[in-house]
Ligand binder design. Structure first.
Ligand code: HEC
Length: 130
């Protein structure tokens, strides 16, 4: 049962990535199934915890939902998006990290609306809680 679940997740992720232009050669060649495709580990760091969401290669492969653009332009001023993608943090930890970035790393504080947009984006996709 667990195996079937994992497989379904992997398949969904693969479909999402193919649709997003990843491994487009394989997807074009076989019209879906590619026997040479590398197996995908949905639990690997750097993949979204929501396999039904496409990753946007123009936004550092962040999941392409509302807030992705704001997060990308704010957070990659100093470091790569990979440092974000590999996180699985609690909501409280994201709040803490935001303040830490502002107070210790010199990130400019944002207006409340932007702060809410980016933080809820981070909590949605890079959470240890959901
Ligand atoms: C002004 C520069 C700056 C901005 C803007 C910035 N960061 Fe950082 N961030 C840093 C630096 C510098 C480090 C590494 C600090 C260290 O490891 O000593 C870091 C580290 C991190 C880490 C790793 C923390 C850890 O536990 O090692 C995460 C996650 C992170 N940033 C997320 C974000 C997110 C999300 C945003 C956007 C909301 C953001 N950062 C914006 C400077 C910045």
């Amino acid at each position: 049962m667990e195996q079937i679940k994992v497989f379904t997740r992997a398949a969904a992720l693969l479909a999402a990535m193919a649709a997003g232009g990843f491994w487009s050669a394989g997807a074009e060649a076989a019209g879906g199934y590619d026997p040479m495709a590398r197996p995908v580990n949905p639990m690997a760091p750097g993949t979204s915890s929501k396999p039904d969401v496409q990753l946007n290669p123009e936004l550092g492969n962040l999941p392409d939902t509302a807030g992705a653009e704001e997060t990308f332009y704010l957070c990659t001023a100093c470091h790569s998006a990979a440092i974000i993608r590999q996180q699985r943090l609690s909501d409280a930890r994201w709040d803490y990290l935001w303040n830490w970035m502002v107070e210790k790393q010199g990130m400019p504080e944002q207006d409340p609306e932007t702060r809410e947009t980016v933080l809820s984006y981070l909590k949605r996709h890079f959470s240890s809680q959901r």
